[in-house]
Ligand binder design. Structure first.
Ligand code: NIG
Ligand code: FE
Length: 414
């Protein structure tokens, strides 16, 4: 069988568990220097020290030669389906304009909305597949993808259907968990009618998407000048009622109460958190909200990094993701995410690994299936070009992945 695989002589390094690791637990990794992993029909059936005796038949055998074997990386926050690009906004920001001032004068998300409405299904799919290919080479085996560049029924569905079509390919290298982000910005058609737009999302979009199984999660850009805490609460409560996992773009530009709302609603995650309050941190820890940090966005926007160290010390579960999108962060670089997390957010390398694997999986409600190397989980792995995982941040911004394995299928990095 194609996805029966034995990896022998691997240096296995993995968090353990089927839920997010919080606070000090993030530092605890299982470390098996001479290990074997057996994958049967895509699922892990053995993970432990090398076994004595003959190798079982019917398996492809891969000798890892003592290199590091990690769980596949989970990039739990991206906007990977979009039309057009916005390089001019990057130049304006380099000259000193702020992200929000560009959005206020009609650029930003609405700019990409126009290009996404114009783009064909095929164009969007080809482009997203290009990013997915690049992600796979950096070790990603599961990625979250958001809609939110249509802001009308037809185009939001087009984005979600692109992700569904990519997922239907049995040989996909990366699996997509899709999130409905209709509340990413107010479309021009609804100018000054924010409440009506929220009604439209609740009455027309959420039920349709649910019935057609086009998104697992619902997200909102809860921010000054975008959607208020009250509007976000109304939308997300309705989504939760319908069975969606809920996520919030929270406290990205100003301290706005997004983390507190995430805690109140028991959201899967609150994301960004550059300006989260102390109270927000405390309440996320108490209510098991994964704090998803996106250091590439802070880097690109020249903003201070989120207080990752403090969040972990306060008992939070932290995840790391790239936020790949055409505006605030046109990068899906896992190596740079790792380096920034260790250097500027002061996470340990072990915490960083947990954040990019099991905690990312928990932020997608998938920690029972992916995010660690344990019997019963999917055969999704990364092999590094080193027998020491400290290479990850040390080799700054460079790719140390030599092979990504998805459901037992090998994808060598050429
Ligand atoms: O996560 N902040 C809101 N959404 C994205 C940016 C989207 C865009 O600028 O196109 C983010 O940063
Ligand atoms: Fe985002």
């Amino acid at each position: 069988m194609d996805n029966n695989l034995l990896i022998i002589n691997a240096h296995i390094v993995t968090p353990v568990g089927s839920g997010a690791r919080k606070g000090k637990e993030m530092n605890e990794l299982l470390n098996i220097p001479c290990g074997t992993v057996e994958v049967t029909d895509g699922i892990i059936t053995y993970a432990g020290p090398n076994r004595k005796g003959k190798l079982p038949e019917g398996y492809k055998v891969l000798n890892a030669e003592n290199q590091i074997l990690l769980p596949g990386f989970v990039d739990s926050h991206t906007h990977l389906v979009f039309g057009g690009y916005r390089p001019e906004e990057f130049i304006w920001r380099m000259r000193g304009d702020s992200y929000m001032s560009i959005m206020e004068r009609g650029g930003g998300i609405v700019n990409t909305m126009k290009a996404t409405r114009e783009a064909s299904f095929h164009e969007l799919k080809e482009k997203a597949e290009k990013y997915i290919h690049a992600m796979s080479r950096m070790g990603v085996t599961t990625v979250e993808g958001k809609s939110g560049y249509g802001l009308d029924k037809e185009t939001e569905l087009k984005q979600l259907k692109v992700m569904a079509a990519i997922n239907r390919n049995p040989n996909r290298k990366v699996e997509i968990a899709s999130t409905f982000l209709g509340a990413h910005a107010l479309p021009p058609e609804y100018k000054d009618r924010e409440e009506r737009y929220i009604d439209f999302l609740i009455d027309e979009m959420l039920p349709y998407i649910r019935e057609n199984n086009l998104a697992e999660n619902c997200d909102v850009f809860c921010e000054k000048g975008v959607f208020t805490v009250e509007q976000s609460r109304r939308l997300l409560s309705a989504a939760k009622e319908m069975g969606y996992g809920i996520k919030i773009h929270a406290d990205e530009i100003v301290s706005f109460g997004g983390a507190e709302l995430a805690a109140e609603l028991h959201a899967l995650s609150a994301d960004h958190l550059l300006h989260v309050s102390d109270e927000g941190i405390r309440r996320m820890a108490e209510n098991n909200v994964v704090a998803t940090l996106l250091p590439l966005t802070a880097f690109t926007l020249r903003e201070p990094y989120a207080r990752g160290r403090e969040m972990i010390d306060a008992g939070c579960a932290v995840a790391l993701a790239t936020d790949l999108n055409p505006g605030s962060c046109f990068s899906g670089s896992i190596p740079l995410t790792i380096a920034l997390a260790c250097i500027y957010m002061k996470l340990s390398i072990e915490e960083t690994i947990t954040a990019l694997t099991l905690n990312g999986a928990a932020a997608l409600h998938r920690a029972d299936r992916i995010g660690s190397i344990e019997v019963g989980k999917q055969g999704d792995f990364v092999i590094l070009n080193s027998d020491n995982y400290h290479i990850l941040p040390y080799y700054v911004g460079m790719n140390c992945v030599i092979m990504t394995i998805k459901g037992g299928m090998l994808y060598p990095v050429a």
